[in-house]
Design a protein around this ligand. Sequence first.
Ligand code: SAH
Length: 478
Amino acid sequence: MDYLPLFLQLRSQPAVVVGGGRVAVRKVELLLKCRARVTVVAPELRDGLRELVLKGALRHVADRFHPAHLDGAVVVVAATRHRDVNAAVSAAARERRIPVNVVDDAELSTFIFPAIIDRSPIVAAVSSGGQAPVLARRVREQIEALLPAKLGALARFMGERRKAVQQSLSAAARRPFWERLTSGIVGTRVLAGDEAGAERAFERELRTSHLTACAATGGSGLGEVYLIGAGPGDPDLLTLRALQLLQQADVVLYDRLVPEAVLQRSRRDAERIFVGKGTGDHALQERINEQLVHWARKGLRVARLKGGDPLVFGRGGEEIEVLAAHGIPYTIVPGITAALGAAAVAGIPLTHRGLAHSVTFVTGHVLEDSSLDWRALAAPRHTVVFYMGVAHLARIVAKLRAAGASADHPVAIIEGATLPQQRILRGVLATISAIAHNANVAPPAVLIVGEVAAFGAVDALVPASARDETSAASGALA
Ligand code: SAH
C-alpha cells in the first residue's frame, strides 16, 4: 500500500486552493462540502467560484501565488495549469509540512484524492495510488451500483438511536441487534423511504431483543418478504433494489419464468425453492402462500421472485393479501414487465405520436370474459399486448377481426424476450396464425397488436442465428 487511506476532519479548518479554473472548482466544492474554510489564491476566478465568493462561502486572494499564502493552512491543493506554479506550491507546502495535492501530478503530491462514493455519513473512497485513475473510477461505479441510494439515511437512523439501544441492551446483545437491524425489516423500510414503518419495526425489534436478552434464549428477529419482479429474463434487467434484496434474502421462492441466470444473482448460501410450474392452478397458489408464511414466520428474509413485474398478471395481489392477513411485513420491488421487455427488443414503441395513443395489457386467459371490450382493443391507434396468448392466438385473431380490425392490422410475436432463445416474428392479423404455427412458437411469448407492431424494419437485437431461422420459417420477418 503506497498511501494510507484516512478521513480528514476539516470542519472550520483553513484550506488553500491555488488556481481559479475549472479543476479548482471541483476541489473547492469538495472542500466546502466538508465545511472547510476555503481560500482560493488566483489572479482571476472563473464563474462558479466568483459566485461563491459573493455568497461569502469562499475567501479570494486575487494575487499570484506566494508561499506565505499557505501559512496556517491544514491542507493545500494546487490546481493551476502551470507546472512551475504547481511545483512552487508543492515545495512551499512540504517545507511547512502541510499535506498537499497537485491535481493530476502524484509526484508533486503528498496526498491524493480518491474516487468517492458519498452516501454520507457512509463514505467509501477508492484509489489506484495514482496509477490508474480511470480504473479507480470504474470500481467506484461498481460500488455505487451496489450501495442503496438511501444508505446514508439508514446510517443516520441508526446513529439517532444508538443511545436508546445502549440503554436497553447489554453490550453482548447490541451487535447482533444492529446486524439484524441493518439487514432486516428496519433496514428494508428505511431504504425504501418508509421511515415511519422503520420506526415501528425498530420499536418492535428493540422490545423483542430486550425480552429475549433477559430470558437469554436468543430470538430470531422478525421475518419479512420481498416480492421481487425479476424482469423478462436477462439478469442485467434486474433493478438495483432487486439485486440488493436478493443478496440479503435467506430463502428464494421462484417459479418457472425465472431463469437460472437471475437466480445466480441471489446470495450464494440462500435456500432456493422452486414453487411452481403451471398457471391458473389454485392449489398451487395456495401452496406458495403457505410457503411464504411458513418461512417468514421462522424469522427469515424471503425473496419471492416473479417473472416480469409482480403486480402484472403475477398474482402478486393475492400474495400481498395473505401476507397482510398474517401481519408479515413485505416490500414490493417492481420489475420490467414482459410487454416492456418485448417492446424494447423488437424496437416497437408501444405508444407513438400518430400511431398509438394508448396501450392495454390483456391476458389471453380471459378470452371469454364478457367484460373485455373487443371493439376498443381493435380500434385504430391503440396498442394491445396479449400475455399468455400463444395458445389462443387463432381465437384472439378471430375476436379482433369480428370487432372490426382489418386483415392487414399489424401483429408481432416476441418469444422469450431478452432470453437466449429470443425470437421476433411479424405479420398481420390475416397471416400471423400461420406464421406462428410454422415457426413453432412456444411460451413465454407476447403478442403486440396495433399499427406500432410494424414499426422498425430491422430487429437489431435479434441474434443472427435466430433471425435466419425465423425468417426461413415465416418469410415475414420485417
Ligand atoms: N408478471 C409477468 C407476467 C406473468 S404471466 C410480467 O410482468 O411479465 C406469464 C406471461 O408473461 C407469459 O405467458 C408471456 O406471455 C409473458 N412473458 C413472460 N416473460 C416473457 C418473455 N421473456 N418474453 C415474452 N413474454 C414473456
